[in-house]
Design a protein around this ligand. Structure first.
Ligand SMILES: [Zn+2]
Length: 421
């Protein structure tokens, strides 16, 4: 059979390989069959095709992105590849360009990429410093409505922790987040009264019934320990809604015993961690004329050993925080596996791109059980070495059992937005 052509009616896909963790079984890949009918996983069907050993995944969940920043690189490149270069450049671009239409068109472009690559749910952070919050959140809500049925979307407000106060303009932002069914988020870094700010932040989220999602310690500076502060704040306030922490890079440069002690607190506080290794590789330990020594990846194995749910996600795409990327979770899986040595480390890591992010965000759980939606990514690879050696550009993406058009949007579509200010 030609790999890319599947019958559109009920069918049994014979001779496929599925990671055992998706079948609630021990071990690595399981050679099996999977049947589809009426858009759902089904009992065996009369028509069968031999898939030649193809690997099958449930569609992906990308739980940390920045759709509002995406694809501004041509008009606002990072001048030196550093974190500060990114922060400054994005700030200038936001003020100069981020109308509702500009944000909507770039975000829609990014969503079409993600959809074509096999992603079914996305959480995005949204720069929410006033007056941007009033511009972006309604535009995001419109986009979410347009994408219903293709990609489930969640928004998180993004501000620096110095911009947070319980009685200032952030109250309005938090009201917008509530109105648009979002998640309360901010970036944490060491400031004198961080503990107080965190208590206020969690109280505000609890009053509004919101989950929390933080950008945490995105630095190689070992003295940045805001992950510890967040864990303590959650434990002290008894904040009960899900809390996600992203990045947590400085754990990788801290004293080992201190880092492990912090991880014990993270486990106790019940936090979910999302690692963003592609963006970290780009920004962390970058110094002109000096080869980077540190990778910036957080301590994913030590977290997993403590039962902390770890996910991986895309983060930025073609903006000053990361010059590359296409919201392709197979690329994230391939890179995370190499960067974090997920190979030779048990067989549960495929959950970090599917099950764990879905649980952390409250998206529907991926399932290959009979009756579940047939939202699948099928790759012409029979095992991990074949999978990760090629970009899988010829993968099949099924949504409700139907093979979707995987044509990627043309960058030239955005050219008229890219005139420098
Ligand atoms: Zn981010």
């Amino acid at each position: 059979m030609e790999f890319r052509v599947l019958p559109s009616g009920p069918v049994t896909l014979q001779n496929v390989h599925i990671p055992a963790c998706f079948l609630d079984q021990p071990g690595d890949l399981i050679r099996t069959e999977i049947s589809l009918a009426d858009g759902k996983i089904a009992a065996p069907q009369a028509i069968a095709v031999d898939m030649g050993g193809a690997m099958v995944f449930p569609a992906f969940v990308d739980m940390h992105t920045h759709l509002d920043k995406g694809h501004i690189w041509p008009r606002s490149p990072n001048p030196d590849g550093t974190f500060m270069g990114a922060l400054t450049t994005v700030g200038q671009d936001r003020v100069a360009h981020w109308t509702a239409e500009d944000v909507r068109r770039r975000a829609d472009f990014a969503l079409r990429c993600a959809y074509a690559h096999g992603t079914r749910a996305i959480r995005t952070h949204l720069d929410s410093v006033p007056p941007q919050d009033d511009i972006t959140w309604p535009a995001f809500s419109d986009l979410r409505a347009e994408w219903t049925g293709r990609i489930d979307l969640q928004g998180v407000c993004l501000i620096g922790c110095e911009k947070f106060s319980t009685d200032g303009e952030f109250r309005h932002t938090a009201d917008l987040v509530t109105e648009h069914r979002g998640v309360l988020g901010m970036v944490t870094y060491p400031v004198d009264d961080l503990a107080e700010r965190l208590t206020g932040f969690l109280t505000m989220a609890a009053e509004r019934g919101l989950d929390a999602d933080f950008h945490v310690d995105e630095t190689m500076d070992p003295s940045s320990e805001t992950l510890r502060a967040i864990s303590l704040a959650v434990l002290e306030t008894g904040f009960a809604a899900p809390v996600t922490v992203g990045h947590c890079c400085s754990l990788s440069t801290q004293d080992e015993a201190r880092a492990m002690d912090t991880l014990d607190l993270v486990a106790k506080a019940g936090l979910s961690v999302v690692s963003l290794p592609l963006c970290n590789l780009y920004l962390q330990d970058r110094h002109r004329g000096r080869t980077p020594r540190n990778r910036g990846i957080t301590l994913v194995h030590e977290m997993a050993a403590r039962g902390i749910p770890v996910s991986f996600a895309s983060d930025n795409t073609r903006d000053p925080f990361y010059a590359y990327g296409d919201l392709d979770m197979l690329e994230v899986m391939r890179q995370a596996t190499r960067i974090g040595h997920l190979d030779h480390a048990g067989h549960d890591w495929p959950r970090a791109f599917t099950t764990h992010p879905a649980a952390a965000c409250g998206f529907s759980a991926p399932s290959l059980a009979v009756g579940s939606p047939a939202d699948l990514v099928i790759c012409k690879a029979r095992n991990w070495t074949e999978l990760f050696s090629r970009p899988q550009s010829d993968r099949i993406v099924l949504r409700e059992g139907q093979s979707i058009d995987r044509t990627l949007p043309d960058y030239a579509e955005l050219d008229d937005l890219m005139e420098p200010a």
